[in-house]
Design a protein around this ligand. Structure first.
Ligand code: ATP
Ligand code: MG
Length: 676
């Protein structure tokens, strides 16, 4: 958890200013929160109930004039009176009574001829009976008069506090959101950057959908982590500390008592998190499985439709969805069962204790009697403590999810990287040597079994063999998509230097490829030809025409500026091949490797490719993995692979004369061409 946080911090660090604003406003909001209950308490105790404090007779003319006497609460004197509130009625008592009686139990007895008697019973169970007069409405108003001004000030204060809180909360939220959006964007960019330099093997192990899901969704985990931490660690803990300050200010003893909740909560949370952890991992796993499945369906939609495989797919998807749902339900049950509800229960228990403590006026052991305002403020603070604990419970689940997801995104961001080192190396001759190469993808399953051959510079070499014989593997090694491992043996040299002496990117600068499935990217035709080189538009057109793209250029309404769809789906296979050839010539590599398309292409396209190949092979070493042997009939050399072994080598005539595998393959291709 700490490690993950440190990684996330790498991103947050860049937005320190925002973070400082966010935290500062958070502190301000919290302090404003602390003030609120105290203001309300003051309104209640000092002003609304303050009328019950002693009223002293005064010679000055004040606003309170009753029974031909002036009264004030400000200056003490020997003679005075009380106003007693009982069930929303106000009574005037013409003597000063101890507050102990006033705060105790009252019983009002209305006698005949308008005489009222009030009997007080104090907490010490002593009673006192006095005569009283009921006050009418205007008289009550008069006694409240001295309070009106300060009360107005307090109410305004309360409103200002609220306004400030709204403003600062807004700033706090908006800055946090800014940080969130920024770190997610940064992380996503980093992930995609990193992805481009991951070893090819990574992409074979992980389905594309899963990787996409990680980059798109799992970065959200970082956001979650950041928000949760702001919410939890800073906001919630600060709320608790400030609420305690308020509580200690109100009543030390009780504040101490409430500490009992924490060990209870701690144990509970610990148990809860452990159970949640287990589920969170599963839920996440299921989710990315589903995403991967959807991706697979979309990518293979044409195959699915043609093969009527829809039903099976749906069944499979249903099963996945069901198990995902099951895990999610489990998680929800956990939350409902022992999460938030449990905290609410603890909260109500504590509130009950408080009410008992304050509410029972006869509980005299503690020797403290609370006013309504104190109880109000106290309860507010207590909620302020319980609530963050509740948030903790809700957020802890998110935190787990976020952590898992964050760790996954960092697996990509900080994942194994191919060296990015690039420096110009002198042009190579293009002499390629394989020396007794043994190679296996999986240990003990050799795919190449002691392959040796040499390819002279500026020659064209064809590699043929049945499917699975190891042709692409040979190229994977030459392109260094894979390097020979310790368990493999032999060596590969270019110009008599081992190909692993330079970092991969540097090594590849003089090598170009055309894949079995030519890959085009969304963008203009021009972008796809240039692809990182700085040739001019005219040169690009020239190159395209030289490999037979004239017809294509004329056909397209926007010519070279025509937009190409993602993956080149609006181009035919032959057209894609032509564009790939143009791209290779634009990059002008010394060595060109071409994995010929297995798909049957029409003779016209075949001719186009043949011409393009003739153009491309000028002045460079060309290796063609050929499926149609006509492509390499004119090659300087043909290497025949069978089941990982080199079985034949020579030019076309040599191999026909040898009358072996190549001759057989050639004959059968001629035959099928004829029958067509
Ligand atoms: P094709 O003509 O069908 O393209 P190929 O000659 O190019 O076939 P390779 O792709 O080199 O054949 O595969 C040779 C063997 O290595 C096959 O048995 C294949 O199953 C295995 N193989 C290929 N790639 C991997 C991989 N990434 N992991 C494990 N085994 C692999
Ligand atoms: Mg292949």
């Amino acid at each position: 958890m700490f490690k993950t946080m440190k990684k996330v911090w790498r991103y947050i660090r860049k937005y320190k200013k925002l973070l400082v604003i966010s935290i500062t406003t958070m502190i301000i909001v919290q302090i404003l929160n602390l003030a609120s209950p105290l203001i309300v308490k003051s309104i209640m105790d000092d002003y609304l109930i303050g009328i019950e404090d002693a009223w002293y007779e005064t010679s000055e003319e004040t606003s309170v004039y009753y029974n031909n006497k002036y009264y004030t609460q400000d200056i003490e004197s020997t003679n005075g009176a009380m106003v007693v509130i009982q069930r929303a009625n106000y009574y005037f008592v013409d003597e000063i009574i101890d507050l102990e009686y006033i705060r105790g139990n009252k019983e009002v007895i209305n006698k005949d001829n308008n005489i009222t008697e009030i009997t007080f019973t104090s907490q010490q169970n002593e009673s006192l009976t006095v005569l009283a007069t009921k006050l009418n409405k205007s008289e009550v108003k008069m006694f409240y008069n001295p309070f009106i001004n300060p009360l107005q000030v307090l109410v305004i204060l309360l409103a200002v506090r609220l306004l400030l809180q709204i403003i600062f909360s807004y700033i706090q939220r908006i800055t946090t959101a800014h940080i969130n959006v920024n770190i997610v964007r940064d992380a996503r960019i980093d992930a995609v950057t990193s992805l481009q330099r991951m070893p090819i093997s990574y992409f074979e192990e992980e389905p594309a959908g899963k990787i996409a899901n990680r980059i798109i969704n799992d970065v959200g985990g970082m956001m979650g982590l950041f928000s949760t931490l702001m919410n939890l660690v800073l906001n919630a803990s600060m709320a608790i500390v400030l609420a305690y300050i308020g509580m200690f200010y109100l009543d030390k003893n009780l504040a101490l008592w409430t500490f009992i909740i924490f060990p209870l909560v701690y144990l509970w949370v610990k148990y809860f998190v452990k159970s949640l952890n287990l589920i969170a991992v599963k839920v996440n796993e299921q989710r990315s499985l589903i995403t991967a499945e959807i991706n697979e369906i979309i990518n293979g939609i044409s195959i699915l439709q043609v093969f009527n495989y829809e039903e099976e797919t749906i069944t499979k998807f249903n099963k996945l969805s069901k198990s995902y749902m099951k895990e999610q339900l489990k998680e929800n049950r956990l939350h409902l069962g022992i999460g938030w509800n449990m905290i609410r229960l603890i909260g109500s228990l504590v509130t009950a204790v408080i009410v008992l403590y304050f509410g029972n006026g006869y509980l005299t052991i503690i020797g403290f009697t609370a006013t309504a305002g104190t109880i109000y403020a106290y309860n507010t603070y207590l909620t302020a403590i319980i609530e963050p604990v509740g948030i903790l419970f809700r957020e802890i689940g998110n935190l787990e999810h976020s952590l898992v997801r964050t760790e996954r995104i960092f697996k990509i961001i900080d994942g194994e990287q191919e060296s990015d080192e690039f420096f110009e190396t002198p042009l190579i001759e293009g002499n390629i040597k394989f020396n007794d190469v043994w190679f296996s993808y999986k240990e003990n399953h050799p795919v190449l079994k002691g392959i040796s051959f040499e390819i002279k510079p500026n020659t064209m070499v064809g590699i043929v063999g049945h499917t699975g014989s190891g042709k692409s593997t040979l190229m994977n090694l030459l392109l260094r998509f894979y390097d020979l491992k310790e368990t493999d043996s032999g060596s590969i040299e270019i110009d008599n230097k081992d190909i692993t002496i330079n970092p991969k990117r540097t090594y590849r600068q003089h090598i170009g490829i055309i894949l079995q499935e030519p890959i085009l990217f969304a963008g203009t035709l021009l972008d796809n030809v240039k692809f990182g080189t700085n040739i001019t538009d005219e040169e690009a057109i020239e190159i395209l025409i030289s490999v037979g793209g004239e017809q294509l250029l004329n056909k397209l309404p926007n010519g070279i500026y025509e937009e190409i769809n993602r993956q080149g789906s609006n181009m035919s296979i032959g057209e894609r091949q032509i564009i790939s050839f143009a791209r290779v010539i634009a990059h002008n590599p010394r060595i060109l490797i071409m994995d010929e398309a297995t798909a049957n292409i029409d003779t016209e396209t075949e001719e186009i490719i043949q011409n393009a190949l003739n153009k491309v092979k000028e002045n460079r070493t060309v290796i063609v993995i050929a499926h149609r042997l006509s492509t390499i009939k004119n090659a300087n050399k043909i290497i025949v692979l069978d089941n990982g072994l080199k079985v034949e080598e020579g030019n076309h005539t040599d191999l026909i004369n040898l009358n072996g595998i190549y001759a057989n393959m050639y004959r059968s291709q001629i035959k099928s061409a004829k029958t067509e």
